[in-house]
Design a protein around this ligand. Structure first.
Ligand code: TTP
Ligand code: MG
Length: 384
């Protein structure tokens, strides 16, 4: 039998916007939108809760956002800063448990022994408020689904539980859209059968539901009853680690691509080392403006985990397969994972020197190009 554990979902509130408000006190209490420029095809990455009152939300065209909230202050994204803070948040999580599944840049599931979840959630919440002065919401339950929904109910800046016993009173009144796997299209389909709330879905016979939802019906029906068998995927169990970035505008500049590749490589490298893994196959993913998407990989004689090695490979792969600009998305994936760190053929001082140079190069590129690139997609993706 599976061991009962408490599961927490920790998700920072209005993450990019909160970091901007943290770093620039004059933005606090104001509607702040992080995203691309209103000219062109800029979209909202996220916005502060003050802006959400006006109906602004992620992925909305910036033009529309500003027509809803003309007083909003628009800030271009600073991905390296958000990543830095995400790293600090993760370090805090690591102080409390090694069992962490990172879902996205600002969201992670944490597991605790049964009965300890609520206390852990409160302590983590308070710790992040105190150490980083950032708002975070924490959902506590015994599975991922209920922890996630508890977190939605907790937002902003609180800790909430949603135990199985409260499914009828707290989950059932909600829209079916809260359930994973139910996007706008599926919701619309279900609405046509009179299924609007989670309660409607829970009461709907599974057999009939299968005719509408196919193979996913029993899992989603289970969700409607608060049942979720998904286990946490710790980095030590995953088969690949990847990060990718979609640009809000088509990107033509090759140096910006190099800067992004460097950052993605460093992100993947960090996560490999964090999980004490090395990778034998490094792959890049490229999407062109016509949405054609390619992946090209290289399998290595010796596995790697260092930022500089990964960057070198991705840069060479990009050079060979870059095709015709502009580009819409770029991603880096490490697969062929093996336990244990990379054996360095260099002496420690040589390695240090190499890493130092790399960091300097990264900082230089950032200064020059960083602010021109708006990251609109969820950046941290876990491969399967
Ligand atoms: P989310 O956690 O989905 O959103 P959020 O933290 O801004 O707000 P909430 O309080 O609802 O959690 O995403 C985390 C960050 O990822 C967000 O701050 C910006 C970025 N992001 C985008 O760039 N584009 C998107 O479409 C979404 C959803 C997020
Ligand atoms: Mg968030």
């Amino acid at each position: 039998m599976k061991k009962e554990r408490d599961i927490l979902l920790c998700d920072l509130d209005a993450f990019f916007a909160s970091v901007e408000q943290h770093d620039r006190p004059e933005l606090r209490g104001k509607p702040v939108i992080v995203g691309g420029s209103p000219e062109g095809r800029g979209v909202v990455s996220t916005c502060s809760y003050e802006a959400r009152k006006f109906g602004v939300h992620s992925a909305m065209p910036m033009k529309k956002a500003l027509s809803l909230c003309p007083s909003a202050i628009v800030v271009r994204g600073r991905m390296s800063r958000y990543k830095e803070i995400a790293g600090q948040v993760r370090q805090i999580f690591e102080c409390f448990t090694p069992d962490i599944e990172v879902v996205s840049i600002d969201e992670a599931y944490l597991a605790f022994p049964a009965g300890e979840g609520l206390n852990a959630g409160q302590v983590i919440h308070d710790h992040i408020k105190k150490e980083l002065t950032l708002p975070i919401s924490v959902g506590v339950s015994t599975n991922k689904l209920l922890a996630k929904i508890a977190c939605e109910l907790a937002k902003p800046d609180r800790v909430k539980t949603l135990w199985k016993e409260s499914v009828n009173s707290k989950l059932w009144p909600l829209s079916i859209r809260v359930l994973p796997g139910i996007g706008p299209v599926t919701a619309e389909k279900l609405n046509r059968f009179g299924i609007k709330t989670v309660k409607d879905l829970a009461a709907y016979p599974l057999e009939s539901l299968s005719r509408v939802l196919g193979n996913n019906a029993s899992i989603i029906h289970g969700y409607a009853h608060g049942i979720d068998e998904r286990s946490l995927e710790f980095e030590r169990d995953v088969k690949s680690i990847s990060e990718e970035t979609t640009f809000s505008d088509d990107l033509y500049d090759i140096n910006t691509i190099y800067a992004i590749l460097l950052e993605l490589s460093a992100g993947v490298g960090y996560r490999l080392r964090f999980a004490n893994l090395t990778s034998r196959t490094i792959t890049i993913k490229l999407r062109f403006s016509d949405f054609k998407t390619i992946t090209r990989g290289k399998t290595l004689p010796e596995p790697v985990d260092s930022d500089s090695e990964i960057y070198k490979i991705t840069r060479a792969l990009f050079g060979k397969h870059r095709g015709k600009p502009p580009w819409r998305l770029i991603g880096v994936q490490a697969s062929g994972l093996e336990e244990g760190g990379q054996l360095s053929l260099l002496s420690p001082s040589e390695t240090e020197e190499k890493e130092k140079k790399l960091t300097e190069a990264r900082d230089k590129l950032h200064k020059k190009y960083g602010s021109e690139v708006i990251f609109q997609a969820r950046r941290l993706k876990k491969g399967k």
